[in-house]
Design a protein around this ligand. Structure first.
Ligand code: SAM
Length: 159
């Protein structure tokens, strides 16, 4: 994990123009925040992975019943990896996230790896609407990676 951090941080420092110092005063502060979050996660994971709090799975198919969660969060996967996961995968992943949610799905960010708005967002939202899923792009106070100042919120029309 230390090597992972070193690699990610070296990439961040090599491209400072990709980051906004709005939610964190410096890249050092952002690094400290991430290390704290990782520490909390690993501590909780060590204590609870045997009690099924953590369940492995991979989009676009999740091992949960319909409406299993009040709130479903997905960060730094959809839209950022458009080069690796195609449009159909994104539509299927959004439908699956909505299927397991009894309330909202929040997907962050809504930009590509270059920080530009996802060009296929309109088409994706139309596909979702056609299968009974409402969507909305909401602005956030938070922005670190340039272009990451919004999230996509999904709600099933029936919810
Ligand atoms: C950039 S990381 C983001 C991690 C974390 N969500 C965050 O915001 O810090 C992308 C994550 O997506 C996971 N991932 C890759 N393919 C996936 C798939 N098909 N379904 C679900 N997660 C996947 C990777 O294992 C990795 O943890």
């Amino acid at each position: 994990m230390q090597l992972d951090y070193a690699g990610v941080l070296a990439q961040m420092r090599a491209k400072p123009a990709l980051f906004r110092l709005k939610s964190f005063p410096s890249l050092d502060a952002a690094e400290a925040d991430r290390r704290l979050a990782a520490h909390r996660f690993l501590t909780d994971y060590a204590a609870h992975f045997v009690h099924s709090r953590y369940v492995g799975g991979a989009l676009p198919r999740l091992p949960f019943f319909d409406n299993s969660f009040d709130l479903v969060l997905c960060a730094h996967l959809l839209f950022l990896y458009m080069a690796r996961f195609d449009f159909e995968w994104h539509v299927a992943a959004c439908r699956e996230l909505a299927r397991v949610s009894a309330g909202e799905v929040r997907i962050h960010p809504v930009c590509g790896a270059d920080g530009r708005p996802c060009s296929k967002l309109g088409a994706l939202r139309r596909e979702l609407k056609a299968s009974g899923i409402e969507s909305e792009v909401e602005r956030l106070d938070y922005e670190f990676f340039v272009g990451s100042g919004s999230m996509l919120v999904l709600r099933k029309e029936s919810a």
